[in-house]
Structures are given as structure tokens and as C-alpha cells.
Design a protein around this ligand. Structure first.
Ligand code: PEP
Ligand code: MG
Length: 914
């Protein structure tokens, strides 16, 4: 049976006319109707083909069917515009004239390729058909025209396979089986060893496969073939793997895919022909070198699909020096023109070079930062442009782990390094071997790390690739599907690891004398390409070592230096400040080293669990009266004071927001029997009393229960102890000449009254401490905005509150009514059903929750003009959210220490996009 996933539904044209609308655009030397800026309409591929043809780069001519056709098709019940066919026919005529050949004419045939291409590149997601227009007669004409019989039959068999697979949904494996059978019959190791006669046999076998699975004869009419291929491209826009790719990569708002129909040039015309995929700079580490690979006597899909392992481009220099020189000149011309690293495809047809595609090349984070920084130095782009090119995730990848040197050395000396492939994606990872995408997803869901191991990956594997820590393939080059996708995601990836004999059936890998079974642990090095048995520990990046640990050698590392350049440029342009969420002096110190300008949130409760202090907390909770609680809190006070002193010192002069106790008290009690027994013993009470307390504190909805300011209102002594600790610490360090700026924050208020009651206590205690210590310390009192009601009455709250900090975690939870802890049970389905575009706990819901943030700021500032407003929810480290908060007029965002660099960059991008 034909597969449904790629089977083209026959698309129909509608009777409705949109008079005069142009849907088809021609491109060819001096005749291009499009240009690079028309990506939305022509797709990236179409727009760049038009542009290349215009600037004098040799491009085979063709036509682009605009993305509006795809858009129309899905908006009009799967019908295409009525005038489309006429426009296609007219442009095919033009192409025929341009090429001096005729579509479907055996005496002088024109063959075309049909490719997809949306505005944003989606590698491997959409379908490509080559050699279209061929049939039993045309193949003869093609042979007569080219004088190359083998190439004619080779092109024909490739076309039947591709057309059957891509346009009619016949599984590629069915064709592959026939090919293997014939190769075996004639004892041919490679496809290229097949003779012309043998290829004819392949064509016959393929036709039978086609008929068996499609149920009709292979179509011989070129125009019919073309219609099927166009339909296949358009319908492939909505196939699950394309939809999944767009979801994972947050690609929304695209019209659809364009369809490019381009005159064929042949890389399979012998040893003076070939095809390649190259990058104008190294996409793995960003070095300014021409980088890529090629295959002689091959067509494009041979390189990309990873069926044959290609040669490095440096070999072409020796094999075809003239072509290499020409290609290198085009490389420079394209970089100069596009001012960015390009990923190009080319074909050599009997010693003549043609460019088939150029696009902005995908790159690792490391390469993205290096290329941007280098291009600033080369004066090709400005620092502003460089900042706009670097994504938060790119920067994040500089902070990626690499293998711990000792652990790696041990693995090597134990002969655990069993194979080496091509290093295609950054970082280092370990995990359990999975052979299928489904299994990888399952293992990852169970909380274990997984490495997806495949002979080659295809777009159907994307969910498993996404779930895996690393991807490992036995075939394919640096531009294979696995490599391109992993690099785009910044995922560790090793490809073309030929020593691995992967046996899907028995779920094992044989490598030399070793057998690796499914779910065995392996480690993969994305920098060297090594594959190691067992777990190799990972360790921090040079940036982390240099900047956080102060390692002098690491500081000299070029990666560390360019990281600092990017940070310097970011700070030059950004307006919004970046603080950190830190609960310990160590975190605070790291954050400052990463450029934090204050602490936006210290969650004091995190200090309650350290060392012995949990017993004082439990004693406080267990106490039946205020006196008992106060006695226990007294024990806690020195610990808290000491923590705050450490934090104030680390932040030396930067403001520090400290939040009063927030979580419900039951979180501090042991739930298990043994823990409760121990607590009873320690606190000299009975296990029954402990159990009773646990039961008494049980709540149906603790997130909506006795927590936040509600705790301090019912137990003001907690608030008093905490404020005493904060202010004593502040006074103590101020005496040591450390500048301090405490900001005392009341959590989870929903009413002005809650704020007012607690603010009074805070100020009373603070003033008492200041008086007793005899030091002048300035402090502020403010509140969190994390209950929707608080944002609605923000003007009244701001009469007294000096600052607001938006707790967007709780604000999201309470606005949507989605539990922060349980959203995982339905989030995936919600994303797939497009109920949600993104996880609202990861990226702020600008439309809803964002409105409450804006409202809170506006109302608050209507009562207090200089109200300081910040964000301390997880969204403070998400680039899209940071941009939103910057536009909403917040003074700062606060995020975890390792997100601080990303927030600085995003803040600069927000300023630059204004
Ligand atoms: C918030 O709710 O956004 C917040 C920062 O507080 P927490 O995550 O501690 O509830
Ligand atoms: Mg909160």
C-alpha cells in the first residue's frame, strides 16, 4: 500500500478567479523577476536563486510558484488558484526558450527539478524531485543529446524512485530492495558500478514496484508528472514531520512553501561531473575557511541523504583546480553580497559549474558567535548587526559541557574509545543507546539520558532527535540530515561513523569485537567525533572556567574572548537591566561575573534546608504558640543573617531583593515515616504529634493555600525574624564599608490591605534594627505581582510599595489556571492542537499574562511615577520574553545566573529592534 504520509492528494483548482494575480516568477541570467528580499513570497530558495541569477552567478533558469499558492490551497479547501496552470504553462514556455530545449520532447528534452522552499529554511522537511520530464522516449533523447547512455538510465531510475516515493507515497525501501537485488545479482558493490544494461533492468523493476504500490502505470506525460510533483510539494507542507519541525523551531506565521521548478543540470554525467554542499565558513567552529564536501558522478540527494560518504572539499582543489578556483571566487562574492556565511549547493556538469542554492548557513552556537565577531573585525558587518545575528541559544552553547579531561583520558586508556565519526554538533554527552525515535522519546520521558543511534536520520526522526542528548549516525557527512538538524538545535552530534555496524533487527551495534546493546550507556564527543563505551563525565566550558573560575588559560581561550566581546557590545546598546535570581553567595558571585546588576529574587526558604537549620524551622512549625515559634526562630536568625551578609558582600553595592517566606509550611515537614520518626526524636515529641501536624497542614490546593504573605500575616514573628536578619546583615556589612541596597519583598499579595499590614511590620523592624546598630542603611519595601488581582489594583498597592517584581511563574499559573507542576500532563497535546503556541511557563504569554504585566506597570506608575518594576519569574531568562518586558517598560529582568548573558544579549536586541 502507498504510504499516506507523503502521498499527494490530487489538488484541484478552484473556479474562483483572482484576476491578474501573479503566482509564478521566472528566474534566469538577467531575467529574474524576484530578488533576495522577496523570501516571504518566493521562499528562501526561490528568492536567492533569483538574486544569484541577477548578480551573475551561474544558476540554471527556472520558475518559482509563490508561497501564496500554498496559502491559498489551505485556505480554500485544498484547491489551487484557477489561473495557476496557465501561468505555469507560460513560464515553462519561457524556460524552454531560455534553455533551448523542450519539456517532454524526446528530440530535445528539457528535464526539471522540483523543490520546496519556505521563507525560513526547513532542512529535509519538504520534498524534492529530480529529473522530472523523463519517460521511455525522453530517456533516449536525453542519451542522444548528452551522448551519455549510462547517465540517461541512471537519471531515469532515480526519477521513478523519487517520484514514486515523494509524489505517490511509495516507500523508498521497496525501490531499495530491487536495487540491492540487482546489485547482488551482478555482484556490484556500489550503485556507480552498475552498467547501462543493468540500470535498464533497474528501471523496469522500479516501474513494477510503482505499479504494484500505486495501482496504475507510471505517468509518462511530463506535464502530468509536473502537476503531481507540485501537488506533492504543496501537500507536504502539512505532513506531520514538517508540522513537528515548525513547532519545535517555533516557526509560525509562514504562508507556506513555494515550489521551485528549475532546469536540470547533471552531476551524474561521469567523473568530470559531480555535486556538493558547502559552507563559506566552517559551520562547526566558525573558522574562516571554505568548508564542505562533494561527490563525483552523483546527484544532489546522494550527498544530503548520507548514502555515500562524500569527500572533503579540499580534495576538489586537487581533482578539479579550475572548478575549485571558480567556486572559491563565488564563495567570496556571495559572502560579500549577503554579508553572512552561506550554505551553497552546486553541481558540476561535464566541467561546467552551476550553483543550485544559496542560503544563510545553519551553524553551531560557537560558529554563530565566532562568525559574527569575526565579521565585525573584518568590517563586513557592524556590532549591532552581529548582536542581531546571535541567538540566545547560540550564546548558551558556549556555556556547554565538554568531556571531563580525566574521565575521558581514563576511558581512552581503558580502550573504551571504539569509533570515530565526523563531529557535527557541539558539546559532549552520554546516555543510553536508542535505535528508534519512539524509543528515544520513551527513554527520555522516563527521565533518563538517551543517545539516538541511526544508520542515517530522516525527517521522521525529529522527535527522537529532539529528545536525545546526542545523535550518532553510521553514514552521512557534515551536511547530512542529522548534522544539519542537530547543528541548528545546538545538539551534540556525530555522523558518518562507519565503524558502527548497526543492526536494527537485533537492536545492537557491532563495532570491532564489541557489541553494544540497546539501552547500554555510551558517550559521544561532538567536538572530536569520538564514540566511547560507558559514561564519560562532562565538564564546564572555557567560558565558565575562565569567567567564573578565573582560570587564566581559559580566559585566553578565543571562545572566552569573543564571548566577552559580545557581552561588551550588548551592554553598549541595552536599556533594560539584568539581575539574577540567587539564593547563595556562590550563585550571586557567579551571576555578577556573568554581568548581573543586582539580585531580583532571593528565595529565603531555599536557605532553610541547609545543614542543621531545617530543625529550627521544623521546631517553629511544630510549636503550638507564638512564644515557642519565636524561640525557634531565634535559632534560625543567625543563619539567615550570615547568608544575607554573604550575599550582600558578593553583590557589593548592587541592589538585592529578598523575598519573605513564600511556600506553604508543609513543604518543610518530612512526609515519610522514617523522617517523621527522626523529627519526633530530634524535637523530643511523639511521632503521633508530628503526624498530626503534617495532617493539619495538609491542603487540597497548596499553591492557592496558606503561603506567601498569608504566612506572615498569620505568623508575623516569621516576618519579624526575617527582616531582623536582613537588616542586621545589611548594617553589619555597611560597617565593613560594603555598600548595601536591600529591597525587602512581600510575596503573593492580592489586596492592598495585605501589603499595608506587612509593610508596617517590615518598616517598624527595619527602623528598630537601624537604630540599634547605629548605621544608616537605605532600604526599600515592595511586593511581588503574581496574583492577577494584584495587577488590577496595582495603583492602590503602589501608594505604599516602592517596587514591584512580577512573579510571572505564579502569574501565569493563576491567569491560565494551569498548575505549574502538572501542565506536563497535557502540554504536548495542547501544543500539537495549537491551543498554545509555546509553553507559557517558558516564554511569556504576551497576549494574556503579558497584558497583566503591562497593566500592573501602568497602574503602579500612575500612583508612583518612579516605581521600580522588574520580573523575577523564569521568563526573565527567555529571550522573547526579555524583549517583551523591555518594550513593556520594565526596569530589569532577573534570571538564573547562567541565563544572565542571554538576557543581556536579548536586552540589547530589544533595544536595537526599536
Ligand atoms: C514567580 O512566581 O514567578 C516567582 C518568581 O516565585 P516562585 O517561583 O518562587 O513562586
Ligand atoms: Mg511565586
Amino acid at each position: 500500500m502507498a504510504k499516506t504520509k507523503t502521498a499527494a492528494k490530487k489538488t484541484k483548482t478552484t473556479g474562483k478567479k483572482t484576476a491578474g494575480k501573479k503566482y509564478v516568477y521566472f528566474f534566469g541570467k538577467g531575467k529574474s523577476e524576484g530578488k533576495a528580499s522577496m523570501k516571504e513570497l518566493l521562499g528562501g530558495k526561490g528568492a536567492n536563486l533569483a538574486e544569484m541569477a541577477s548578480i551573475g552567478i551561474p544558476v540554471p533558469a527556472g520558475l518559482t510558484i509563490s508561497t501564496e499558492v500554498c496559502e491559498y490551497y489551505y485556505k480554500h479547501g485544498h484547491k489551487k488558484p484557477a489561473e495557476l496552470d496557465k501561468q505555469i504553462d507560460a513560464n515553462i514556455k519561457k524556460l524552454e526558450k531560455f534553455m533551448g530545449a523542450k519539456f517532454g520532447d524526446p528530440s530535445n528534452p528539457l528535464l526539471v527539478s522540483v523543490r520546496s522552499g519556505a521563507a525560513v529554511s526547513m532542512p529535509g522537511m519538504m520534498n524534492t524531485v529530480l529529473n522530472l520530464g523523463i519517460n521511455d522516449d525522453v530517456v533516449k533523447g536525453l542519451i542522444a543529446k548528452t551522448g551519455n547512455e549510462r547517465m540517461g538510465w541512471d537519471s531515469y531510475r532515480r526519477f521513478i524512485n523519487m517520484f514514486g516515493d515523494v509524489c505517490m507515497g511509495v516507500d523508498h525501501e521497496h525501490f531499495e530492495e530491487e536495487l540491492s537485488r540487482i546489485k547482488k545479482k551482478y555482484n556490484r558493490a556500489l550503485d556507480t558500478n552498475l552498467t547501462t544494461e543493468e540500470l535498464k533492468e533497474v528501471v523496469d523493476a522500479y516501474k513494477k514496484v510503482y505499479k504494484k504500490h500505486v495501482g496504475s502505470e507510471f505517468p509518462t506525460d511530463a506535464r502530468t508528472q509536473l502537476s503531481h510533483a507540485i501537488d506533492a510539494v504543496i501537500t507536504s507542507w502539512e505532513i506531520p514531520r514538517a508540522v513537528a519541525y515548525r513547532r519545535i523551531n517555533k516557526l509560525s506565521g509562514l504562508k507556506g512553501t513555494a515550489v521551485n521548478v528549475q532546469a536540470m543540470v547533471f552531476g551524474n554525467m561521469g567523473e568530470n561531473s559531480g555535486t556538493g554542499v558547502d559552507f563559506t565558513r566552517n559551520p562547526a567552529d566558525g573558522s574562516n575557511e571554505f568548508y564542505g564536501e562533494y561527490l563525483l558522478n552523483a546527484q544532489g540527494e546522494d550527498v544530503v541523504a548520507g548514502i555515500r560518504t562524500p569527500h572533503p572539499l579540499s580534495d576538489l582543489k586537487k581533482q578539479m583546480p579550475g572548478i575549485y578556483k571558480e567556486l572559491d571566487a563565488i564563495r567570496h562574492k556571495l559572502e560579500k553580497h549577503y554579508k553572512d556565511m552561506q550554505d551553497v549547493e552546486f553541481t558540476i556538469q561535464e566541467g561546467t559549474l552551476y550553483m543550485l542554492q544559496t542560503r544563510t548557513g545553519k551553524r553551531t552556537g560557537l560558529a554563530a558567535v565566532k562568525i559574527a565577531a569575526d565579521m565585525v573585525k573584518e568590517k563586513m558587518i557592524s556590532d549591532k548587526t552581529a548582536l542581531q545575528r546571535i541567538e540566545g541559544d547560540h550564546l548558551n552553547q558556549l556555556l556547554f559541557p565538554i568531556f571531563d579531561l580525566k574521565s575521558k583520558a581514563a576511558a581512552v586508556s581503558e580502550n573504551r574509545c571504539v569509533a570515530k565519526g565526523l563531529p557535527a554538533g557541539p558539546g559532549a554527552a552520554y546516555g543510553q543507546v536508542s535505535f528508534t525515535a519512539d524509543d528515544a522519546v520513551k527513554v527520555a520521558r522516563s527521565g533518563k539520558k538517551v543517545i539516538l543511534v541511526r544508520k542515517e536520520t530522516s525527517p521522521e526522526d525529529v522527535s527522537g532527535m529532539w529528545a536525545a542528548e546526542a545523535i550518532l549516525t553510521s553514514t552521512g557527512g557534515m551536511t547530512s540530515h542529522a548534522a544539519v538538524v542537530a547543528r541548528g538545535w545546538g545538539k551534540c552530534c556525530v555522523v558518518g561513523c562507519g565503524a558502527l555496524e548497526i543492526d536494527y533487527k537485533n537492536r545492537q551495534i557491532k563495532v570491532g569485537s564489541t557489541t553494544i546493546k540497546e539501552h547500554d550507556m555510551i558517550s559521544v564527543d561532538g567536538i572530536t567525533g569520538e564514540v566511547l563505551l560507558g559514561k564519560v563525565e562532562t565538564s564546564a566550558s572555557p567560558v565558565v572556567l575562565g569567567i567564573l573560575e578565573g582560570d587564566k588559560e581559559a580566559l585566553k581561550n578565543p571562545i572566552c574572548q569573543m564571548f566577552r566581546d559580545v557581552m561588551k557590545w550588548s551592554d553598549k546598546y541595552r536599556k533594560i537591566k539584568v539581575r539574577t535570581n540567587a539564593d547563595s553567595p556562590k550563585d550571586a558571585t557567579n551571576a555578577v561575573l556573568f554581568g548581573a546588576e543586582g539580585i531580583g529574587l532571593t528565595r529565603t526558604e531555599h536557605m532553610f534546608f541547609e545543614g542543621d537549620r531545617i530543625w529550627a524551622v521544623r521546631e517553629m512549625i511544630l510549636s503550638g504558640d507564638q512564644a515557642g515559634r519565636e524561640k525557634a526562630l531565634e535559632k534560625l536568625l543567625p543563619y539567615q543573617r550570615q547568608d544575607f551578609e554573604g550575599i550582600f558582600k558578593a553583590m557589593n553595592g548592587f541592589p538585592v531583593t529578598i523575598r519573605l517566606l513564600d511556600p506553604p509550611l508543609h513543604e518543610f515537614l518530612p512526609n515519610d515515616e522514617a523522617g517523621q520518626m527522626e523529627m519526633a526524636k530530634r524535637l523530643k515529641t511523639t511521632p503521633e504529634a508530628v503526624k498530626a501536624k503534617v495532617a493539619a497542614l495538609h491542603e487540597m490546593n497548596p499553591m492557592l493555600g496558606h503561603r506567601g504573605c498569608r504566612l506572615s500575616i498569620t505568623y508575623p514573628e516569621i516576618c519579624r525574624m526575617q527582616v531582623t536578619a536582613i537588616m542586621e546583615a545589611a548594617c553589619n556589612v555597611a560597617k565593613q564599608k560594603v555598600k548595601v541596597m536591600p529591597e525587602i519583598m512581600i510575596p503573593l499579595i492580592g489586596t492592598k490591605a495585605e501589603y499595608d499590614i506587612l509593610e508596617k511590620i517590615v518598616r517598624e523592624v527595619a527602623e528598630e534594627v537601624i537604630k540599634a546598630k547605629g548605621v544608616k542603611v537605605k532600604y526599600m519595601v515592595g511586593t511581588m505581582m503574581e496574583i492577577p488581582r494584584a495587577t488590577l489594583v496595582a495603583d492602590t498597592v503602589a501608594e505604599k510599595a516602592e517596587f514591584f517584581s512580577f512573579g510571572t511563574n505564579d502569574l501565569t499559573q493563576m491567569t491560565f489556571g494551569y498548575s505549574r507542576d502538572d501542565i506536563g500532563s497535557f502540554l504536548q497535546e495542547y501544543l500539537e492542537a495549537k491551543v498554545l503556541k509555546v509553553d507559557p511557563f517558558a516564554s511569556i504569554d504576551q497576549e494574556g499574562v503579558g497584558q497583566l504585566v503591562k497593566l500592573g506597570v501602568e497602574k503602579g506608575r500612575s500612583a508612583r511615577k518612579d516605581l521600580k518594576c522588574g520580573v523575577c519569574g523564569e521568563h526573565g531568562g527567555d529571550p522573547d520574553s526579555v524583549k517583551f518586558f523591555a518594550k513593556a517598560g520594565l526596569n530589569y529582568v532577573s534570571c538564573s545566573p547562567f541565563r544572565v548573558p542571554i538576557a543581556r544579549l536579548a536586552a540589547a536586541q530589544a533595544a536595537l529592534s526599536n
